[in-house]
Ligand binder design. Structure first.
Ligand code: OXK
Length: 470
């Protein structure tokens, strides 16, 4: 499937009007980054879908349609999440993150958050304050890979065993994922069509819409960042006790960023007030975490009839892993991508060297992030047509299954990484001078933009802006 066909299929699955597709202009073809998978098509089609759905909602609000142009190389580089702060490119990967050889295979551990790192080291019976990577490698060599994966999951930690595609396909979770569509958009309650604020031709298509962004890292925040690029007021809601890593500087472009501690009555009351006036509520914490705090889709639909809820998980809602936490790199490892990428595609140049190898960017996160933005806009479009409250569900693993279905790229591994500088822009932020990739969807009449500078969590009051420029 090429990128245009992928966009077509995403669009039709959501029930959006097919005549809008002629306003999409996709250029370029895989390979654009070194991979044997169609990572360029995955980036380009999901970004185009998000932008086009936002424009289609703008059209429903009374503005004319506009062209959405996405270049594949720009889209793929956009999905690398590259950024620098004051000229420094942060190293986001912890020493203990990565692949470990086990007694019978490999395990990948995600240790970029301190609580995950410390938990994994304790599971290895090492002292987190003194352990070295070499010691961790020695311990891991004694574990059976799937035993470690299960023991880690039982403690809410994040590690997966490396599988081949055939082993994943035969696993109960692989079968549960294969039986699910790329995303679901479901009506969860009755409500009249919301009265959206009027939209002028020169305003970005989501202007006046309010989005609550209760997401953790990359996939979720990328979704909110895209909605902000198309004009929505997006408020990232974090809490002072939650750890963050530096990528929050890149993904907070264009957003309000507030602290609301949902462990307190006052915090929950504040979020209820915000949600009552919101059009979209995105959550990307552990499965069930935000619902346990009183903000599941059913409660939100009661609180704000007509709302669109978007839920992000690592492994979907079905199967034995549905409750598990997970990161892109781990999902790639468990599903078979690392093994397959190591083997490459075809003979000779461009075939891999047999060593497990990650995809060239966290494309499961990024594409899922753009599907969050797409799903939110598509469900709001449905809301305007049919009324109702809506629930959109996406997962890293469903996106992985879909990426695999886009097919392989012979020789794709042999190309060089393109220079990203032509696609970078700089802005002042609350984290320092931020250089990062420009948004890759070009809207012909109302260009995507992030007029709000990226700010650290807690920089804004937890209140919706009431006038321009606030
Ligand atoms: C990303 C995660 C693995 C991170 O896991 P953890 O760090 O262990 O965090 P949790 O999600 O468990 O969240 C910690 C707790 O904080 C709670 N929580 C959340 N927001 C609040 C506020 N505002 N106030 C108080 N408490 C809060 C939440 O409900 C949990 O409650 P309790 O549990 O009750 O304590 C997981 O959130 C997850 O699987 N998310 C879905 C998929 C996803 O986004 N993956 C990452 C993509 S990025 C990626 O792949 C990459 O960067 O690499």
């Amino acid at each position: 499937m090429n990128a245009s066909e992928a966009l077509d299929s995403i669009w039709r699955q959501a029930g959006l009007p097919v005549e809008a597709l002629q306003h999409a202009r996709l250029t370029g073809e895989d390979p654009v980054l070194p991979s044997s998978f169609a990572v360029g098509a995955a980036a380009q089609s999901t970004i185009a879908a998000a932008a086009l759905a936002a424009c289609e909602l703008g059209h429903l609000r009374g503005a004319g349609r506009q062209q959405v142009a996405v270049d594949m190389r720009h889209a793929a580089l956009d999905c690398t999440g590259w950024f620098s702060l004051d000229g420094r490119v942060p190293d986001l990967w912890d020493t203990f993150s990565g692949l470990y050889r086990c007694a019978d295979g490999w395990v990948r551990i995600h240790a970029n958050f301190a609580h995950h790192r410390e938990g994994a080291l304790r599971l290895m019976k090492l002292d987190p304050s003194a352990a070295t990577r070499a010691e961790a490698e020695a311990v891991m060599a004694t574990w059976h890979a799937r035993d470690f994966e299960d023991a880690a999951a039982a403690q809410g930690l994040v590690a997966t065993a490396l599988r081949r595609f055939d082993a994943w396909d035969a696993s109960p979770q692989g079968q549960a994922i294969a039986a699910q569509p790329l995303f679901t958009i479901e009506r969860i309650g009755d409500a009249p069509p919301l009265a959206l604020p009027p939209l002028r031709e020169d305003q970005r298509p989501l202007t006046g819409l309010r989005v609550l962004d209760l997401t953790r890292i990359l996939a979720g925040p990328v979704g909110g960042r895209a909605l902000a690029a198309y004009g929505a007021d997006v408020m990232l809601v974090n809490s002072p006790h939650l750890p963050n890593i530096e990528s929050i500087a890149e993904t907070s472009r264009g957003k309000l960023s507030a602290h609301v501690d949902l462990r307190t009555d006052a915090g929950r009351a504040t979020l209820r007030q915000l949600a009552a006036q919101a059009h979209v509520f995105v959550q990307g914490y552990r499965p069930g975490g935000i619902a346990a705090l009183g903000f599941g889709p059913a409660e939100l639909a009661r609180l704000a009839p007509g709302i669109v809820c978007v839920s992000l998980t690592a492994y979907g809602t079905q199967g034995p892993w549905a409750h598990r936490r997970g990161f892109d790199s781990l999902v790639q490892t468990a599903m078979g991508f690392n093994h397959a990428e190591g083997e490459g595609e075809g003979e000779g140049e461009g075939a891999g060297d047999g060593k497990p190898r990650p995809l060239p960017m966290q494309i499961l996160d990024e594409a899922t992030g753009y599907l969050i933005a797409f799903g939110a806009a598509a469900a709001l479009w449905r809301q305007q047509q049919e009324g109702g409250s809506w629930h959109v569900q996406v997962s890293l693993a469903q996106t992985g299954q879909w990426l695999r279905g886009l097919g392989r790229v012979p020789g794709g591994l042999s190309i060089a990484r393109p220079d990203l500088k032509p696609y970078a822009e700089t802005s002042d932020s609350g984290f320092g001078r931020l250089a990062a990739l420009r948004h890759s969807a070009q809207l012909s009449r109302t260009p995507a933009a992030w007029p709000r500078p990226s700010m650290p969590p807690g920089s804004h009051a937890p209140a919706w802006p009431t006038g321009p420029g606030q």
